[in-house]
Design a protein around this ligand. Structure first.
Ligand code: AHR
Length: 497
């Protein structure tokens, strides 16, 4: 099989917002406790943050980090997590039926983001709480001083405001599982009122309104329309949440997950633009894909029978080489839509459906999915170029006919770096020719490939490392042309300079 991709530096899709390489830390399972935070761990700093996890967070190329939920936020009282630790209440987290000690809260998390060079993205509770509490959290975080809540933050040790720019107006409010879930009308009105109040406190913030929890939700589409009719003038972004897994041994559909992901994003964009058209507005709402990943959700026991524990092992999926290929393709698809995707958060960062795993008191290690994400975040910078692809198509039960080779090409003019990320979704090798006319002489700087196998989940650091990227053999660069054979079911990143 043969495929051909044509790019030209003059034809750009859009500038890549570095916030596409975001992640997510929820008070869920062991994401916070024994994840980013474990006092007494050999690598813990004075504040109890694990430095092995902080190092891997940097290595992953993480930019923004969403916090504190997720479903957790819809029952959260932010006041419980600030102030002297011995006065903080222990409560039941109603989302995951877990004991929450509140040892970590807003101030600690913001300090962790500063230490890891990441940007906090804060969610407010629009499940059990409302307009006042959302605005009060903005006051606590972002007002320099002179008011009750800003002075409380200063008394708690944060003299300078946290300056949190990005705010999520609740989480998955369309989902019946969400504490305090709402109809689109109810949520749209509440989100609009919360946005108004939060902006009155700090006009510089950016707001994300909740889209659907998945493309499969019965209310998908109509939810986005109604919610945006209420909030269009007040928000910059609408959220997209998407999780994928292999079901019923349908490997071809799983390998093509990114095709479904892209169609989903295009449908949300079309809906947002239709709302704009009805208002005669040229404003373009962009996407905050603030939860995306592979999640074997069918094997999650459910939320009803969980024993009340502190830091339980919840949703600790272990990933295969195949999962890594699909995760790499999902991230490439976000880049391919750089004109409309502003923010994306891999859900999540550590232990909970995560690229980083930890053992309490022990090591922190990279899952298979860590590798394509870290390489992409490291190299895919600058702009996404239009990539015309001609090549074989693959039939799938779930997504119809899709491109067998999915590609994104990015150009970082400052670094002089042209990067092609190529996923061969088919079970056959594909001979690929990349024609980069307009780039003159190119040379191969580096190449990496990960190939799917049938070995299943890689349960240890050593097992995951066995399938870590290796150089892709047989890459030929002649002038402005690249020739390579992509192995079956593989993800590759090739960098030319
Ligand atoms: O990331 C895990 C959960 O998935 C989040 O809490 C929720 O928002 C989503 O359903």
């Amino acid at each position: 099989q043969r495929a051909r991709i044509t790019v030209h530096p003059a034809f750009e899709v859009g500038t890549i917002d570095p916030r596409i390489f975001g992640s997510f830390v929820e008070h869920l399972g062991r994401a916070v406790y024994t994840g980013i935070y474990e006092p007494g761990h050999p690598t813990a700093d004075a504040e109890g943050f694990r430095q092995d996890v902080a190092d891997l967070t940097r290595e992953l190329g993480t930019t923004v980090v969403r916090y504190p939920g997720g479903n957790f936020v819809s029952g959260y009282r932010w006041e419980d997590g600030v102030g002297p630790r011995d006065e903080r209440p222990t409560r039941i987290d109603m989302a995951w039926r877990t004991i929450e000690t509140n040892e970590i809260g807003t101030d600690e998390f913001v300090r962790w983001t500063a230490a890891t060079g990441t940007e906090p993205m804060m969610a407010v509770n629009l499940g059990t709480r409302g307009v006042a509490e959302a605005a009060e959290l903005v006051e606590y975080c972002n007002v320099p001083g002179g008011t009750e809540l800003s002075e409380r933050r200063r008394a708690n040790g944060a003299d300078a405001p946290h300056g949190i720019r990005l705010w999520c107006l609740g989480n998955e409010m369309d989902g019946p599982w969400q504490i305090g879930h709402k109809t689109a009308e109810e949520y749209g009105r509440l989100a609009s009122q919360a946005a108004q109040a939060m902006r009155r406190v700090d006009p510089s913030i950016e707001l994300v309104v909740c889209g659907s929890s998945s493309r499969e939700m019965e209310t998908f589409g109509e939810w986005e329309r109604v919610v945006l009719e209420h909030t269009f003038d007040q928000v910059e972004y609408i959220s997209v949440h998407a999780y994928y897994q292999e079901r019923d041994g349908d490997r071809a559909s799983f390998l093509a997950s990114a095709a479904g992901f892209e169609a989903f994003m295009h449908e949300v964009i079309a809906t947002a633009d239709a709302v704009a058209a009805r208002r005669h507005s040229d404003k373009r709402i962009r996407l905050s894909v603030d939860e995306w990943n592979i999640w074997y959700i069918d094997s999650f026991a459910g939320e009803d029978n969980l024993e009340l524990l502190e830091r339980p092992r919840l949703i600790e999926d272990v990933y295969s080489a195949l999962d890594a290929v699909v995760a790499g393709d999902l991230l490439a698809t976000l880049l391919r839509n750089a004109d409309r995707v502003a923010i994306a958060c891999l859900a999540q960062l550590v232990n909970v459906i995560a690229p980083i795993m930890t053992e309490p008191g022990g090591e922190a290690w990279r899952q298979t999915t860590f590798f394509p994400i870290a390489l992409t975040a490291q190299h895919a910078r600058g702009v996404t170029l239009e990539a015309r692809t001609e090549g074989p198509r693959a039939a799938t039960a779930k997504h119809g006919e899709v491109d067998a080779v999915s590609s994104v090409v990015t150009w970082d003019a400052a670094a002089g770096s042209l990067v092609a990320i190529l996923t061969n979704r088919s079970p056959q090798p594909v001979e690929l020719r990349l024609d980069a006319a307009g780039f003159r002489e190119l040379a191969l700087a580096e190449s990496h490939v990960m190939v799917a196998d049938d070995a299943g989940p890689r349960r240890t650091a050593a097992e995951a490392a066995e399938v870590a990227p290796r150089p892709l053999e047989g890459v030929v660069v002649e002038g402005a042309e690249l020739l390579v054979t992509l192995p079956p079911e593989s993800w590759s990143l090739i960098r030319l300079t």
